[in-house]
Design a protein around this ligand. Sequence first.
Ligand SMILES: [Zn+2]
Length: 162
Amino acid sequence: MPLVVNLRQLESEPQDLSGELPAADLALERPDETLHLTHPLEHELTATLIDDAILLQGTLRLPMECDCVRCLKRFSFSLELSEFAAHLPLVGEDAVPVVDESVDLTPFLREDILLTLPQHPLCKPDCRGLSQLAAGGASGTNPQTNAGASPWAVLNELKLKE
Ligand SMILES: [Zn+2]
């Protein structure tokens, strides 16, 4: 469901806009390949009409999977905007587009989310990267070795186990 508010309804009372928005609807251009937007955006918003403008306030939450830029490990991350607020004028130069007495709010969420996306995701703040893993010994495999292994080697290994 697109995140749309009807101005007629908004004139009578503030509108509660809680739900989920498919991440695809946000049309976020991923800054790089380290972010995987596999979950919908969860929003709990209230739209209020104040002096020819829509005041949009609430919480946005976007769970996602990230690849750590240092050790390449995939980890879960949840982007949270707990005090999201947008002021959307309905008149004047900066007026937001109104179609059929309704305003699509999605573009105004997109900007804030884009600005908050992790630029260099880290599995933990002090991740020391691949060298740490290589020195880790028994725990975990070395991704460098794995990346170089041919698929046939993996197949052979499977056959041996049977
Ligand atoms: Zn890491």
